[in-house]
Ligand binder design. Structure first.
Ligand code: NDP
Ligand code: OXD
Length: 305
């Protein structure tokens, strides 16, 4: 069995070595233009040439949770795409969102500013019941984030495309419910995949439905957000704070207003990193399952996730 790998250059050799160790019966190599036809491709944001040249693939593995960049390419017809499902990312995402929610609810940024002024002022107690956290998406990551918030008694609700009768949080489903969903949230967390249906969803019309003083946490994709619309709502104070981990252009250009906005916390696409160890283990297990003829969870290209 042959496997080609396309990863960022600083990690490529390690991916090849780790996949080879996990699949000793396979021949694993870094992809280069003109590479011989392989059975599996393990890729992040691959060049179109790889997908055009690899005509014998049995599956394509995306080394991230979001497949938006891969699905922008022309894919070989009929070849299943698999993505990372958790693989160590969910707990990182829960950690990131939880710290943002705690800081917001407890007013920790204001207290830090007070210390700098040498002020001793106890803020009024805020009711936890008022800090409703709405999560857009209740998939692999959204569910883990919801669980972490619920463990600290934050009221949580989620929004999805389809009903989930067994969900452990109240759900609202579909575009017609979205305005009402958002209007009840003190914190809005975006954990949607980027698809034609979700691109630009976080615009002025939607974000202005948040109650005054709300916080936005965007940890999904930059293209979900209309940057100027968020900036206008931050400038007016309607939205009190935003945690932004993803951007339309990454790295975020130096001149972008997000860098210096006093109400923005900005991180460099780091809320949930791909961990090579658990990712390689997940890919190796899926390849073994495919080789045995067993079903594996695949991306639905028509849905876009
Ligand atoms: P999943 O596919 O498991 O979950 C996606 C969720 O979004 C599902 O609940 C789905 O609804 C919902 N959804 C999709 N489309 C719509 C729609 N049109 N309307 C309403 N709900 C919709 O994805 P993951 O949880 O694994 O990952 C989510 C995203 O997080 C990734 O796509 C990626 O963009 C981002 N990410 C960011 C990282 C970072 O470091 N910043 C790291 C990893 C991921 P339903 O349940 O009904 O299908
Ligand atoms: C991912 C990401 O989708 O890192 O995995 O954003």
């Amino acid at each position: 069995m042959d496997i080609v790998v396309h990863e960022s250059s600083d990690e490529l050799a390690a991916w090849v070595a780790d996949l080879q160790a996990a699949l000793p019966q396979a021949r694993v190599r870094a992809w280069a233009p003109g590479a011989a036809a392989a059975d599996y491709a393990v890729v992040w944001a691959p060049p179109q040439q790889l997908l055009d040249e690899q005509t014998r693939l049995r599956a394509i593995f995306n080394t991230g949770a979001g497949v938006d960049r891969l699905l922008q390419r022309r894919l070989p017809p009929g070849v299943p795409v698999l993505r990372l499902r958790d693989a160590g990312m969910a707990v990182q995402m829960a950690e990131y969102v939880l710290q943002a929610v705690i800081r917001h609810h407890r007013g920790l940024d204001a207290l830090t500013a007070q210390q700098a002024q040498g002020q001793w002022v106890q803020p009024p107690v805020r009711e936890r019941a008022d800090c409703v956290v709405g999560i857009l998406g209740h998939g692999v990551l959204g569910q883990r984030v919801a669980q972490a918030l619920q463990a600290l008694d934050y009221p949580v609700r989620a929004w999805t495309r389809s009903p989930h009768p067994q969900a452990a949080v109240p759900l609202m489903v579909g575009r017609e419910a979205l305005g009402d969903f958002v209007s009840g949230c003190a914190v809005l967390v975006n954990l949607l995949p980027l698809t034609p249906d979700t691109e630009g969803l976080l615009d002025h019309a939607l974000l202005s439905r948040l109650p005054r003083g709300a916080m936005l946490v965007n940890v999904a994709r930059g293209a979900h957000l209309v940057d100027e619309d968020l900036l206008a709502l931050l400038d007016s104070g309607h939205i009190a704070r935003a945690w932004l981990d993803v951007f339309r252009q990454e790295p975020l250009p130096a001149a972008h207003r997000f860098w210096r906005h006093p109400s923005v916390h900005l991180t460099p696409h780091t809320s949930a990193r791909t961990l090579r160890g658990p990712s390689v283990a997940q890919i190796a297990q899926a390849i073994a399952a495919i080789e045995r003829g067993e079903p594996v969870p695949t991306v639905d290209p028509t849905r876009g996730y």
